[in-house]
Design a protein around this ligand. Sequence first.
Ligand code: ADP
Ligand code: ASP
Ligand code: MG
Length: 594
Amino acid sequence: MSLVVQKFGGTSVADSHKIMAAARKAIRAQQQGHQVVMVVSAMGKQTDLLVELAQQIHVRPPAREMDVLLSTGEQVSAALMAMAIDSLGHKAVSLTGTQIGIHTDSTHTKARIRSINTDRMQQLLNQGNILIAAGFQGVDEDADITTLGRGGSDTTAVALAAVLCADACEIYTDVDGVYTTDPRIVPEARRVSRVSYDEMLELASLGAGVMHSRSIEFAKKYDVQIHVRSSLTDTPGTLITDLPESNSHVVCGAAVTLDEARVSLLRVADVPGTSWEVFSRLAERKVAVDMIVQNVGEQGLTDLSFTVPCAELESTLDAMREVRDVVAAHQVSHDDQVSKVSVVGLGMVRRTGVAETMFRALTEVGINIQMITTSEIKISALVARSEAKAALRAVHQAFELGDEPAPKLPQEGRGEQLATADVADVLSRLRGVDMEELFLDEITLDQQQARVTMNGVPDSPGVAAEIFEEIAAAGVLVDMIVQSYHEMPGKSSLSLTVPQPQLESCLQIVGALSQELGCQSITHCPHVAKLSVSGVGLRSHTSVAIRMFRALSEADINVEMINTSEVRVNIVVAGELGTRALQSLQDVFADALR
Ligand code: ADP
Ligand code: ASP
Ligand code: MG
């Protein structure tokens, strides 16, 4: 018998009328011949209210107690939903995460799912019940309640769909699908008919709050096709699947993380091990770091900057106080008034000019870029928070994201249903592993690149656009771009990698520009090695950073450039160290490479 998972978010269960409407949807699905599992969020803004209440009582409420508190919101919705279905004359049973047996680790408020027991659910479904799971919660080894992190009911839904080999996983929410960007900020945003797992993973982790990013990790790992749709209308919604919407759009969407904070360690020793000391302390605290940017060192010193969500700033600064003396940093600075604007698209790998378009768009509205990082699938720029929404609009317009793409890919893609062979494959992948365990595809080494660094670049609107437009005009293919925060007011430094045969022409252009712009100096390295680790959820698995930096530090290898994304981490080291770096990464990730 076919099985559907239907998840209803907070606004979709905000009052008794909405609960009744959701109950009817589930009953309709059952009447159409499906077994139905519902996953419900807390009603309306209930989770926010509980968080506020906790903060009125305690500045830093114990995480264990937060979980006991927050899990009640979903429990209320689940019980009410079961009552609603019962009142309509159908059988329903609500279950908490503990009752189901959603086993997690013990990282309170951010727990990861290890395994899910399906026995009780199967039994209740076979007895003709609609099953209602309280979202976003689980239980750890000590039988303590855990929660999966804000927005985590999506993850419950996709994880249940995976273990139950569901035929469909429908996410009902207050928008009628995934848009090219948050339609509340940019009204011209367009609903996309389909988005690929990798793109959605990046968009979600870069601020597209419509889906919890970890739910997409599950979807990709266990082949769950997700259907995001409105709980109020019958519009077709968006499929999240293994294919992108179109191969004509280079960029599929834009996102903003409004509440971001920049932290910089100034003048730290530019030696192997510095990054490990810094990021291992953050990873221990499960802080997911983004936009890691390091100036290419001068006189043995470097500046290291990165961004974290504002909510994690306090614990990040605690970690920095701990590490400051260890890495002999002269100063730790931070700015909690910044936002990160990003564009995402699988098509970027194939196309040049994406970075220039983004920088030009920001220049035209007079917005200064404080930091830049790029990878094969995303570009992020850090801007002042007061300018973030304008930046998002400008970027959305520059990439013409509001327009329908053409030509479209064929719509059939993967079948709705998992074939029997696929089911067996998924089940075998589930056996004996933690469901959310790290999962890597490959580690590669590219020895064909050179690095160019411009120091003391004026930090004002338009400079990045000018530099990259000139480089592109000369036909030089820039791969990685990293623009870092500079302690000297009004200056930044910019590093990029280019193919070795194009180094000379790049140096000529950059040399001329450097004089024109009044930069301090240019350095370069004719042969660097770029190592790429690709997989799923690399940024949210904070252990990736720990293991990677430890391996390189133990091998005495200094990291010159780095960029991180959910699906790929790239690092650049001196060319002659490439093979050794590859070996140490392969060793340290041997267990995660499937
Ligand atoms: P739920 O309570 O149903 O889980 P959320 O509030 O978590 O709903 O997610 C839906 C909201 O996500 C929308 O109202 C919208 O403002 C926001 N959002 C952000 N980015 C996007 C996007 N790219 N597409 C659609 N919605 C988005
Ligand atoms: N209620 C939780 C939250 O608001 C989980 C969820 O809705 O997904 O974050
Ligand atoms: Mg949500």
